[in-house]
Ligand binder design. Structure first.
Ligand SMILES: *[C@@H]1O[C@H](CO)[C@@H](O)[C@H](O)[C@H]1NC(C)=O
Length: 310
């Protein structure tokens, strides 16, 4: 225990291993952040004002859009600040807070996406029971369950990691306070923490992912039995784009969280974690909503209404 120091600040390296690209990175991440916030805000506003979008699916989508705004706001603004700042330090408390909220929103998203897939499964495979199964109260409870699950995961991980002693090094080779790079700075044996991370990840990442795959398996089987080729094609194009985003999100998360610490390669991990922390939040509104005909119609109606009221 002799080289245990009381580390009070960490240094977030971000992408400073590519010093000539900093301005470009700044512009790209700024654009992505603005697009993510505006795209998701647009969806929330549309779902609120257009009465045609008051089905359970849009209740979940609005919740997802709200969640994506929160989720990206945890990492990207700090990353932008970090690119510009000379001083790349982050206090222990700020780091713990960032990790808490990142895990909170991330785990919530894992659960919410699964309930959204389940919602589609019931709507397509069991349309007669759909209004009964997906009552308003059930939707609210499922969404609340996602948020609760996310907060439990976040509290658990963050308190366990930040009560451990940190050693001399305080350099985090990542663009935010992600679990593995912080765990790497902990003194001594972190075997049980790793087991815990893998266990929790299996619970909040693998289980929802399985549920999603199962839902889409049934959905695709139902689509294949449809009579008209046109409705088949439409359903397929929706499903395949959902599956691509979902696989990108869960696939990279599974790769990052479910493996032993000895195999951490922080430079590769940093790039891979861009997929679940930055790229899927901007893809989700595009894939789930803006490609959707009902949303496009609602957008047109709302714009016309706004123009005629002027
Ligand atoms: C998301 O769902 C939770 C839990 O049901 C609810 O409290 C919250 O208001 C919802 N947010 C949005 C933007 O729909």
């Amino acid at each position: 225990m002799e080289n245990v120091t009381s580390v009070k600040t960490f240094i977030l390296l971000g992408f400073s291993n590519a010093p000539h690209w900093q301005i470009l990175f700044f512009v790209i991440f700024l654009c992505i952040y603005i697009a993510t916030v505006l795209g998701n805000l647009l969806i929330i506003v549309l779902i609120n004002v257009d009465s045609a979008l008051s089905t359970p699916m849009y209740f979940f989508l609005r919740n997802l859009s709200f969640l994506e705004i929160c989720y990206t706001s945890v990492t990207i603004p700090k990353l932008l600040d970090n690119i510009l700042a000379r001083d790349k330090t982050i206090s222990l408390h700020a780091c713990a807070t960032q990790m808490y909220f990142f895990l909170f929103f991330g785990a919530t998203e894992c659960c919410l996406l699964a309930f959204m897939a389940y919602d589609r499964y019931v709507a397509i495979c069991n349309p007669l029971c759909y209004p009964v199964i997906m009552r308003k109260s059930v939707c609210v409870q499922l969404a609340a369950l996602s948020w609760t699950c996310g907060s439990l995961v976040a509290v658990g991980h963050t308190t366990f990691i930040f009560t451990l002693p940190f050693c001399d090094s305080n350099v985090i080779n990542h663009f935010f306070c992600e679990i593995q790079p912080v765990l790497k700075l902990v003194c001594g044996d972190t075997y049980w923490n790793e087991i815990q991370i893998i266990g929790a990840a299996a619970f909040v990442i693998l289980m929802p992912f399985m549920l999603i795959l199962l839902s889409y398996f049934h959905i695709i089987a139902t689509i294949l039995r449809m009579k008209s080729a046109k409705s088949q094609q439409k359903a397929f194009s929706t499903c395949s784009s959902h599956l691509i985003v979902v696989s990108l999100f869960y696939g990279t998360a599974i790769f990052i969280y479910i493996r032993p610490k000895s195999s951490y390669s922080l430079n590769v991990d940093k790039l891979l974690s861009l997929f679940y922390s930055v790229i899927t939040p901007i893809l989700n509104p595009i894939i789930y909503s803006l490609r959707n005909k009902d949303v496009k119609k609602a957008l047109k109606r709302t714009v016309l209404k706004l123009m005629s009221s002027k």
